[in-house]
Design a protein around this ligand. Structure first.
Ligand SMILES: *Cc1c(COP(=O)(O)O)cnc(C)c1O
Length: 360
């Protein structure tokens, strides 16, 4: 078996140990005589899997008791609509801080349901940083303030929570959840599609403070109502059982690593390895303001874009894949989520050095 070093932005690489456990349990989960794929979600076997996953996530993220944890479907994209449906609570507008394409999309979708105030945007700077919080035009009557803590395409990350003056903070953490400890109590709601740092695509995690739910827009379907989902343990209908199970194995893997503090230190190390090399080599450029750089997604360009194709071809031959930048930005992007090893990042840096030596 030959595994590549996978820098894909998502679906992304998973811990090898987790994949091996999935493989070992695939035909017969824990003596049940069946695969998790074949179980009724109402059976005690799956119930135990589902509950353990929630418990482990609560433990790993230190989620306070007054927060609900939901396992939903539809990806982060569905949450772009569900957030205003559930959190407007009689208010008419919400604030959005736009630091990249995902936040921009979230704001656009929300605008179908409420008045969206773009309180700050770095689009004029081509999303190369986070606007100074003192310049934000927050509305004290907003139902919530939405941020994208890590912009997956542009490689821009919040490294602290902004002060929203008491208005609930909502975060699309799809691409940096579980990458470091966060103080969940600073958020009203956190959501994340699984396929970057949690597990396979198909399950979406929502962590929401319980006093914020139960007052949806009129005619909101039950499946989209956080309160009804919470009251039914995310099983109003058949949940994404297999993805939920694999996510649970990833939470246990994080615990075995020593928790989020250890993971965060490893991520810091990996990102530094790559950024330090890029900054010290004229041939490569990362355009993001240093203090706002992402530890998860590292976009970079080559001094000569005509060499992009050759760079990618050589990378592939060296066993490094998924490096092509997003079509809206061009160049390259290395996504270095939790499951990417330090050795994997070192292999990329070695390849980049060799490319400059022979082609630069
Ligand atoms: C990948 C991503 C999305 C889209 O997720 P889907 O699960 O495809 O809906 C949204 N926001 C961010 C920050 C992402 O990284």
């Amino acid at each position: 078996m030959k595994r590549i070093v996978n820098f894909s932005a998502g679906p992304a690489t998973l811990p090898l140990e987790v994949l091996q456990q999935v493989q070992a349990e695939l035909l017969d989960w824990n003596g049940s005589g069946m695969s998790v794929m074949e179980m009724s979600h109402r059976d005690k076997e799956f119930m135990s899997i589902a509950q353990a996953a929630e418990q482990d996530l609560r433990e790993v993220m230190n989620i306070p008791a007054n927060y609900k944890v939901l396992f939903m479907q539809g990806g982060a994209t569905a949450q772009f609509s569900l957030v205003p449906m559930n959190l407007l609570r009689g208010k008419t507008g919400a604030d959005y801080i736009v630091t990249g394409d995902w936040g921009k999309k979230a704001a656009k979708v929300a605008a179908q349901l409420c008045t969206v105030n773009i309180a700050a945007s770095s689009e004029a700077d081509k999303f190369t940083g986070i606007p100074e919080p003192s310049s934000w035009k927050l509305d004290p009557n907003a139902a919530y303030v939405h941020i994208t803590p890590n912009e997956t395409i542009h490689g821009v990350e919040f490294h602290t929570e902004p002060d929203t003056l008491g208005v609930p903070l909502v975060a699309d953490m799809s691409s940096n959840i579980l990458s470091r400890p966060v103080d969940v109590s600073k958020y009203g709601l956190i959501y994340a599609g699984a396929q970057k740092n949690i597990g396979p695509s198909g399950v979406t995690i929502v962590i929401v403070r319980e006093d914020l739910i139960g007052e949806t827009l009129p005619k909101t379907p039950a499946l989209f109502d956080y309160k009804q989902v919470a009251d039914n343990d995310s099983m109003l209908n058949t949940p994404p059982c297999f993805a939920w199970y694999v996510a649970g194995l990833v939470f246990k893997w994080i615990k075995r690593q020593g928790g989020l503090a250890v993971i965060a230190e490893r991520n810091r190390h990996k990102a530094a390895l790559l950024y330090d090399y890029i900054d010290g080599e004229d041939f490569y450029t990362n355009p993001v303001r240093k203090v706002d750089r992402s530890r998860m997604n590292v976009p970079f360009t080559l001094a000569n874009p005509e060499l992009d194709g050759e760079f990618l071809k050589g990378a592939k031959a060296a066993g490094l894949s998924g490096l092509k930048g997003h079509r809206s930005v061009g160049g390259m992007r290395a996504s270095i989520y939790n499951a990417m090893t330090i050795e994997g990042v070192q292999q990329l840096v070695d390849y980049m050095k060799e490319f400059v030596r022979t082609r630069g």
